[in-house]
Design a protein around this ligand. Structure first.
Ligand code: PLP
Length: 639
């Protein structure tokens, strides 16, 4: 497990058991040994053709772990409670979950249910998010905050006002100065007194990728001048008492507590100024930014890593707010955070299968027909070859590589001119590869073809180069012999993963074993990989490139029954028909068209078999099917 730094990014939830499989500790450090869940057992159980209503789920698969989600949420809450107690802070922490990080119904419902005892709320950034947040919070604590961020029109604002009428503790946060006019107008029209927040544009700047929202030129929030204008406008409308919250968000993955304290301190100053100006301030909302350590290095050196844990984060926030408020002698505000990544990232694991491998093949010396090559070479290329041979005799590796490279380039030119045959070019390629291999300059990297779409399931890798830990979920008691990159199913050269944690350009992997081969963890020759810490953002950002849809999803809880886990929900991924529908095709009509065509061209004899084969194609997922699922067309041909 050290090879993959599992202890660094995975603790306390993921480790390797005695069978060499990844095991989940669903309650973090409070997990008892018999409660640990073997990931391979989950995959076997849900993909077994006898399970899930006799169908078995097809991979790729998202395994959701509500116990891990609960543990993350409770750990965040405890970290703030401890910091508040230790520092004698005279108010409380009351977080909200930004639903944009993962809007899955069960994720949001779990957070509201688990968080209701400590008044945990939700944050929404669009009208559909607000609708789902309103619905879910009907079952939450009445004090839980419903923070309304994002761009707003009259409809958004009237929905948020309606939420207040429904006794949901709703706060409309002004992100643009103009929104204040709409809020004043709509609230008067509907006779609903709003609670208003302001998002401040801080001067503190987070310089990482996710920090582009921060600083004076950031996309969101109000400048100092705009805040003052809004205060005046509210005062003139007799609504300054409605202004109760100050919000800021300097970007996700804040790398260090020093930067965090800088931002929180600046916001606390604005908060205290708003108190001085007469607003009835109650809440300081520090936004998101609580980071996670994707590479387990705790370095804080890049977007991949942060140099603090939950406790250090909470202590730094409480300290920064208390310091400013005490100096200004103002009442300590309720501290709210909008942590998304830190709450949901760990709870879901994407599991996918490597189907085949392409390895670069280096010929042996005896396979290379030297006289044949020499025959077609130009004078210059011949002299490169001679220089290469001389350097090889003298064991001058650098010189060897230089002449091999030059020889290859000249031969490619000759091929393009039409003076060298394809067999000769291939032989020169082989010779040059052999030279690199013999002098150790060449590390063969194999390409593992994975049954996955990176565009659909790991979109942040493709779009912003976000790196997630990827690890085989079994055979971790065997030393991986090979280094590989992962290539997905899409017809797109960007559909590959060739950057991994630790700055590596390939991943240590095991050789694939044939069907039924002996494989660790009872995986029957299959090779499963897991992408971890991807529970935030990836699901909603993923598209349908090449018409690959999302993975199947299962929800797995720790259970004290005969097994350590219970599958409480299993949803197959979208079928070919489902993804076609996304692009306005009509699978039912398509089926009819193709069926009529079959009747016309194939005669009556095979109609039934063709129709059922077609129907199956619409019904199945777009991903590669396991070899065992027989194809009825083959059966038909054998008839
Ligand atoms: N709040 C706001 C306003 C955001 O824009 C974001 C994300 O960018 C978040 C909260 C969540 O941030 P994080 O995932 O870093 O917790």
């Amino acid at each position: 497990s050290a090879l993959y730094r599992i202890d660094g990014w995975g603790a306390p939830y993921f480790s390797v058991n005695n069978s060499g499989n990844i095991t989940v500790r669903p309650h973090g450090t409070d997990t008892l040994p018999h409660q640990e869940i073997d990931l391979v057992k989950i995959v076997k159980k849900v993909s077994d053709p006898k399970s899930v209503g006799g169908l078995g789920l097809q991979l790729p698969l998202i395994v959701r772990l509500p116990d891990v989600l609960k543990n993350r949420l409770e750990s965040l809450q405890s970290a703030f409670e401890l910091a508040i107690q230790a520092q004698g802070y005279e108010s409380h922490y009351q977080g909200v979950y930004p639903v944009k990080c993962n809007q899955d119904r069960f994720v949001v419902e779990d957070i509201v249910r688990v968080g209701s005892s400590f008044r945990f709320g939700l944050e929404a950034g669009s009208k559909p998010e607000l609708l789902l947040a309103m619905t879910c919070l009907c079952k939450g604590s009445p004090e839980a905050l419903l923070v309304c961020n994002g761009f707003k029109d009259a409809e958004y604002i009237s929905l948020a006002l309606l939420a207040r009428k429904l006794a949901l503790n709703t706060i409309i946060v002004l992100e643009q100065e103009e929104e204040v006019n709409l809020v004043i107008e709509m609230s008067k029209k509907l006779s609903i007194r709003p609670v208003i927040g302001i998002r401040a544009k801080l001067r503190t700047k987070h310089s990482g990728h996710f920090g582009s929202t921060s600083g004076e030129k950031g996309k969101f929030g109000l400048t100092t001048t705009q805040i003052l204008r809004v205060v005046r406008k509210l005062q003139d409308s007799g609504m300054l008492d409605c202004l109760q919250l100050l919000h800021f968000h300097i970007g996700s993955q804040i790398p260090s507590t020093a930067l965090l304290q800088d931002g929180v301190g600046e916001a606390a100053q604005i908060y205290s100024e708003l108190v001085r100006l007469g607003a009835h301030m109650k809440v300081l909302d520090i936004g998101g930014g609580l980071g996670i350590d994707y590479d387990g290095s705790k370095s804080g050196n890049s977007d991949l890593s942060v140099s603090y844990g939950l406790q250090e984060y909470a202590s730094a926030v409480v300290n920064a707010v208390r310091f400013v408020c005490d100096r200004k002698s103002i009442k300590h505000p309720i501290i709210c955070s909008e942590s998304g990544r830190a709450i949901v990232s760990h709870h879901s694991i994407l599991i996918f299968e490597a189907m085949s491998v392409t390895a670069p093949t280096t010929p042996s010396m005896s396979e290379i027909n030297l006289p044949f090559i020499m025959d077609g070479l130009s004078e210059d290329a011949r002299s490169d070859y001679c220089n290469l041979s001389d350097a090889a005799m003298r064991h001058e590796n650098e010189t060897c590589l230089h002449y091999a490279d030059q020889l290859k380039q000249r031969c490619v030119e000759q091929f393009k001119e039409g003076t060298l045959g394809m067999e000769q070019l291939a032989a020169v390629d082989g010779l040059c590869e052999l030279v690199s291999k013999v002098i150790g300059a060449y590390e063969p990297v194999q390409t593992y073809h994975v049954n996955l779409s990176i565009f659909t399931s790991i979109p942040d890798f493709w779009s912003i180069g976000q790196i997630f830990p990827i690890v085989p979920i079994h055979r971790l008691d065997e030393r991986p012999e090979v280094r590989g990159i992962l290539s997905d199913l899409t017809c797109d050269s960007d559909g590959k993963i060739n950057k991994f944690i630790g700055g590596e350009s390939s991943l240590p992997l095991h050789e694939l074993e044939g069907e039924g081969g002996v494989s660790g963890g009872g995986a029957n020759g299959r090779y499963y990989l897991g992408m971890f810490l991807g529970g935030a953002y990836e699901e909603a950002l993923g598209g349908v490139h090449n018409l690959f849809g999302g993975p199947s999803v299962v929800r797995v809880s720790q259970s004290d029954g005969p097994h350590s886990f219970a599958v409480t929900r299993a949803v197959p991924g979208p079928s070919c028909g489902d993804v076609l529908r996304v692009m306005q095709h009509e699978p039912e009509l398509m089926f009819e068209t193709l069926k009529h065509r079959a009747e016309e061209f194939c005669g009556q004899d095979h109609n039934a078999a063709l129709a059922s084969s077609l129907a199956r194609s619409f019904h199945n997922m777009p991903y590669l099917a396991a070899m065992s699922s027989s194809c009825s067309l083959t059966a038909m041909n054998n008839n």
